[in-house]
Design a protein around this ligand. Structure first.
Ligand code: GLP
Length: 245
């Protein structure tokens, strides 16, 4: 794993944005995997700023979001589609037809997961996958457990994950859907390159385990050790248990 550390969350976000800008300059028809959560908000703001400055063009890019809540229509303010509209898509020139999401209201969610796998394949696979990490070590919505699904699948959300996402649903964890759809670990590991971003002291323990611990379904991010091109972008707090720089 390539580990890049920065003093602050803002410096980390600027570096991740620069990584995306560079990838798009090298390959304008880039296929990108996108996360939600608090961590990427600053990166997305920086990408909007750089697009407004004429420094990055998304016209030929394609995106696939990592996950979506089950039972939530795309237009719901808590949906990850709306999150992406607010934080990134409204400020850049991505073609709406090339922004892809799992549909949590599809009549058959298993069929929907297979549709998504096929759509990723039809796009030629993901070139650059950006990911965050939950404090319990989840990536996408692949929660810790006895087993992990390799392919895009339905997941039951951990109580801690539902609490963490409560703000999207008015603040009450009880209003957060119990289920979601997520790319599988295998889907993610097929990406050409993976950029994992983490900031804050509350991520330090799971980053240490993801980098140095055993590969285990108890910490889904540990599976990134199996990929040959993973870059970690960390602020000093998230990197604080990795040893001296
Ligand atoms: C969410 C998302 C993940 C994200 C994680 C961390 O539940 N499904 O894709 O990486 O939690 O979120 P945050 O960046 O807010 O810590």
């Amino acid at each position: 794993m390539i580990i890049r550390t920065f003093e602050t969350p803002d410096e980390t976000a600027a570096a991740v944005a620069q990584r995306v800008v560079r990838a798009l300059a090298e390959k304008p028809a880039l296929v990108v995997g996108l996360p939600t959560g608090q961590t990427p908000i600053a990166t997305y703001a920086e990408l909007r700023r750089r697009h407004a400055a004429g420094e990055v063009d998304f016209a030929r890019a394609t995106t696939f979001n990592l996950d979506e809540f089950a039972g939530i229509p795309p237009s719901h303010p808590g949906s990850f589609r709306m999150f992406m509209e607010r934080h990134l898509f409204q400020g850049i020139n991505l073609a709406p037809a090339r922004t892809h999401f799992l549909d949590g209201t599809a009549p058959d969610l298993d069929v929907e997961c297979e549709r998504y796998e096929a759509a990723i394949g039809a796009a030629g696979g993901i070139d650059l996958l950006l990911a965050g990490i939950g404090a319990n070590g989840h990536i996408g919505f692949n929660e810790p457990g006895d087993t992990l699904s390799a392919r895009t699948h339905r997941v039951a959300l951990a109580a801690s994950t539902r609490r963490h996402n409560a703000a999207l649903f008015g603040g009450d964890p009880a209003d957060v859907p119990r289920e979601a759809l997520s790319m599988g670990i295998g889907t993610m590991l097929k990406a050409g390159a993976i950029v994992l971003v983490a900031t804050g002291a509350h991520k330090a323990a799971c980053i240490e385990r993801a980098v140095h611990g055993p590969v285990t379904t108890r910490l889904p991010a540990s599976f990134l050790q199996l990929h040959r091109h993973v870059e970690l972008y960390l602020d000093a707090a998230a990197a604080s248990r990795l040893g001296p720089r």
